[in-house]
Write a protein that binds this ligand. Structure first.
Ligand code: COA
Ligand code: MG
Length: 290
């Protein structure tokens, strides 16, 4: 799976920001049709996104678009406008249950067939940001083969459950943990909440490290000056990569000699250490570091 360390949103009607996003070396760019776009700008945003996805060179940056939620009344027109420009994936906000994923996926399948495109190529990223979404996260995660990632939305969740957002985030911690744990159970990526105070680099770094320690593989961002901190934290360091390679080499050698657990640098290495070394190498490959 491709790296999705930072997923940068910008309003879909803001061509200048979409253009800028293609120049920043960010893993994912996601022009928005949902809450970042005023009601009277939805049509303009659809046209702008379709044009931008067609015309601009995104390089290695993933070409996403966020549609409006299922049941909003906008979702079908959003898909009809954006899919002809062949995005790499669609971000679906406020996913409450598996049926909503299936509806979008079936829509895309019909469209892919109509164009004679390979079915399943366009990926889905499902946002979990409502009480129902949290309760149904397991069904959502396993609803469809197109789903690559669960994206945790803290602010909408807090609004939905009547919680007050705090700096520590204890009010969303249960959901934040449920999303990352469920993603792991189904082999999906987990993408953490937005840090809206985009001038506060220290706060962003703290929250991103926390996400990384919880097991998240990426974070949503809203401003170019958040890219560097986030992509650095989610990419393994050179020292981590070097250690992981040594673990895998030692593992191969000990395995041949018929040993399961063995020692390296005075520490015991066995199943979990090997698994985490494999993860480090997978992340390094996805980030283009090896
Ligand atoms: N994507 C791409 N470029 C962006 C950007 C974004 N999300 N946010 C800012 N930029 C660009 C600006 O256009 C500006 O470019 P320039 O120097 O070439 O003129 C540069 O980065 C500096 O921007 P700045 O002046 O600091 O910010 P701003 O006042 O233009 O915008 C926000 C601030 C919050 C309105 C803007 O960052 C934004 O729209 N973020 C995304 C909001 C969104 O999509 N929300 C919904 C999903 S959560
Ligand atoms: Mg939202």
């Amino acid at each position: 799976m491709r790296a999705r360390r930072a997923l940068l949103f910008m309003p879909g009607n803001d061509l200048k920001k979409i253009e800028k996003a293609t120049t920043l070396g960010v893993d994912c760019a996601c022009p928005d049709l949902e809450d970042g776009v005023a009601l009277n700008k939805k049509e303009e945003a659809r046209e702008t996104i379709a044009r931008a996805l067609r015309a601009l060179n995104f390089g290695n940056t993933e070409r996403l678009a966020r549609i409006n939620a299922f049941g909003s009344g906008f979702e079908a027109d959003d898909l009809a406008a954006v899919l002809p420009a062949r995005p790499d994936g669609i971000v679906i906000p406020k996913v409450h249950d598996a049926e909503q994923i299936k509806w979008v996926s079936n829509w895309i399948t019909a469209f892919e067939r109509s164009q004679s495109w390979e079915v399943g190529k366009i990926r889905l990223l499902a946002m979990i940001e409502s009480a129902r979404g949290v309760l149904n996260v397991r069904e959502i995660a396993s609803a469809d083969k197109r789903v690559d990632a669960l994206v945790f939305g803290a602010d909408d969740l807090a609004a939905d459950i009547g919680a007050v957002r705090t700096r520590e985030g204890k009010e969303v911690f249960y959901a934040r943990s449920a999303v990352v744990t469920t993603a792991a159970a189904f082999g999906l990526q987990a993408i953490d909440m937005v840090y809206i105070n985009y001038q506060d680099r220290e706060g962003l770094t703290r929250e991103t490290r926390e996400a990384f320690e919880l097991g998240y593989s990426g974070k949503q961002i809203i401003h170019p000056n958040q890219i560097d901190a986030v992509q650095t934290i989610f990419a393994p360091t050179a020292a981590e990569i070097a250690f992981a390679k040594r673990v895998m080499d030692a593992y191969a050698e000990n395995n041949r000699a018929g040993r399961g657990a063995f020692a390296l640098d005075g520490k015991m290495i066995d199943g979990p250490t090997i698994k985490s070394a494999q993860r480090v190498l997978a992340r390094a490959r996805a980030a283009g570091k090896i």
